[in-house]
Design a protein around this ligand. Structure first.
Ligand code: THU
Length: 130
């Protein structure tokens, strides 16, 4: 867990958030111990911005990671309050990570609130609904 926190903090300065000035970083831990990170990447066309969670997950999948390989994810910012993943990220996390994946939400005091992926988006839309 500490390792995950450190890795997320390490890449937080890479956040490309020139419009919102709201830096976010995510670090995914795989069952084999590997850590994959991501940051939010914004755009002058605001709607094209990508959140840190999705950057990390898309990077993981691009490297061949499978859903069942993922153990936990930690999300961090510079903010006083605990980060709360946006709706789009909750939907993507629901699709790409196991229901029981630990999701660690942090604040700038170094406190960590841990919930399960399935708690983030009850009644999520999924392949079962297609
Ligand atoms: N953002 C994330 O990267 N993750 C979240 O969980 C919430 C929001 C980003 C999107 C945008 O770049 C900035 O934070 C402000 O909304």
């Amino acid at each position: 867990m500490n390792k995950l926190y450190e890795q997320a903090k390490k890449v937080l300065p890479n956040s490309y958030s020139k419009y919102s000035k709201f830096k976010v970083a995510a670090a995914i831990k795989l069952k084999n111990g590997e850590v994959i990170t991501g940051v939010n990447v914004e755009n002058a066309s605001y709607g094209l911005s990508n959140c840190a969670e999705r950057t990390a997950l898309f990077t993981a999948y691009s490297q061949g990671v499978k859903k069942e390989d993922i153990q936990e994810i930690l999300i961090t910012t510079e903010q006083d309050d605990f980060i709360s993943p946006c709706g789009a990220c909750r939907q993507v996390m629901s699709e790409l990570m196991p229901k029981e994946t630990l999701v660690h939400l942090t604040n700038n005091k170094g406190e960590i609130k841990t919930i399960l992926n399935k708690e983030l988006l009850p009644l999520a839309f999924s392949e079962d609904d297609l």
